[in-house]
Design a protein around this ligand. Structure first.
Ligand code: CAA
Length: 379
């Protein structure tokens, strides 16, 4: 077993780290405060090839792998979790199902511009009445000649309103739930599609989260992704990989908070010496660092498994579960290390603590990850 990244992975890490430090970090606090998505940052990520890391060059990508993609999400999230999730939803929730289940025409028409970064992707599964119970969706798709007519709404859509292309799920057979679910590729300017309420959130505030609405939305049959009835499996398989992207985001958030806490603890003097030299704080830092490292190893392992074609659903649920909890724990401890200052907006750790919470909720709550892991252990 080799615990060493390849030269390519190291190169991507360095490139993204420099980019994150120079172009993303300086405005992270202000974008959070203003709840403002910055398209320029996304465009710069596109220039660097970050918007299509795992996709082959023939589809506009840079032909790397899922580990490189996770490293990129981690490095971005280390300074700005919102930027991390923008890339994560774009790549693993919207790009992946098109790469895996799309036909050649769909890949050229939709995956290519997304990989090149001229278009942003989103994913629509959750509905007001179906969150953890994804199979309980109500949005319907009725076949009428050469198109489907979609009606319903999806909520909590990451990249909602900024995405040009959405992969969404609707019932083509309302009598049979999961087996009646079909996947579609939606263009944001299709008649009958609109963007609804934008959520005001605790964290990841510069990543827009909105409702998307379908009112007699006409979607050509050519935009069906996979076959009728395959949608639920496509949704679940997409989340298998997506969850590891969230694990990478959580690792990045936790590492960012640890970095800040270590720097502060070395500078802050109380009782005549830096607080880092006091065991109460140094033990805290040691536990934080151990958690981050363990979360990173789980995340990289799941990404590596996906890259080499091994099963990764269970590992991905485990990495998301562990890394999400680690991010929450480490960011909370980072605020504690900073004491009163940590509770203010003068330092980034309060933002990191707010951002960490969502990693325990989206792409399946921690409770759903346990359910997925438990089922896989016993099936
Ligand atoms: N891969 C392939 N097939 C799968 C699968 C997987 N990972 N998981 C389930 N399936 C298949 C099953 O094999 C089954 O097919 P058969 O009947 O042919 O055997 C079918 O799908 C139905 O599966 P289940 O009976 O297990 O379905 P369920 O209703 O019990 O639900 C669940 C399972 C795991 C709880 C699922 O509903 C789930 O994952 N819920 C959480 C939803 C979620 O993660 N939402 C996140 C929204 S996206 C988001 O958050 C994005 C964002 O903002 C960034």
């Amino acid at each position: 077993m080799m615990f060493q990244l390849t030269e390519e992975h190291e190169m991507i890490r360095k490139m993204v780290r420099d980019f994150a430090r120079n172009e993303v970090a300086p405005t992270a606090g202000e974008r959070d405060e203003e709840e403002r998505f910055d398209r320029e940052i996304f465009d710069k990520m596109a220039e660097l090839g970050l918007t299509g890391i795992p996709w082959p060059e023939e589809y506009g990508g840079i032909g790397s792998d899922y580990l490189a993609y996770c490293i990129a999400v981690e490095e971005l999230s280390r300074v700005c979790a919102s930027t991390g999730v923008t890339l994560s939803a774009h790549t693993s929730l919207a790009g992946w199902p098109i790469f895996k289940f799309g036909n050649e025409e769909q890949k050229q028409k939709y995956l290519r511009p997304m990989a090149e970064g001229s278009k942003i992707g989103g994913y629509g599964l959750t509905e007001p009445g179906s969150g953890s119970d994804a199979g309980g969706m109500r949005t319907s798709a009725r076949l009428e000649g050469d198109h489907y007519v979609l009606n319903g709404s999806k909520i909590f859509i990451t990249n909602g309103g900024i995405a040009d292309i959405y992969v969404v799920f609707a019932l083509t057979d309302p009598t049979s739930k999961q087996k009646g679910t079909t996947a579609f590729i939606i263009e944001a300017d299709m008649p009958g599609f609109s963007v609804g309420k934008k959520e005001k959130k605790l964290g990841i505030r510069s990543s827009p989260t909105t409702e998307i609405i379908f009112e007699d939305c006409k979607v050509p049959v050519a935009n069906r992704l996979g076959e009728e009835g395959e949608g639920f499996k496509i949704a679940m398989m997409t989340l298998d990989g997506g969850r590891n992207g969230i694990a990478a985001q959580a690792v990045g958030i936790a590492q960012g908070a640890l970095d800040a806490a270590v720097d502060y603890a070395k500078e802050r003097v109380q009782f005549g010496k830096p607080i880092a030299a006091q065991q109460g704080i140094s033990f805290k830092l040691a536990d934080m660092a151990t958690g981050v490292e363990a979360a990173r190893l789980l995340t990289y392992q799941a990404a590596w498994r996906e890259s080499v074609g091994l099963p990764y659903g269970k590992e991905s649920a485990m990495s998301k579960l562990f890394a999400g909890d680690t991010a929450m724990k480490v960011t909370t401890e980072a605020v504690q290390v900073f004491g009163g200052y940590g509770y203010t907006k003068d330092y980034p750790v309060e933002r990191m603590m707010r951002d960490a919470k969502i990693t325990q909720i989206y792409e399946g709550t921690q409770e759903i990850q346990r359910l997925v892991i438990g089922r896989m252990l016993t099936k």
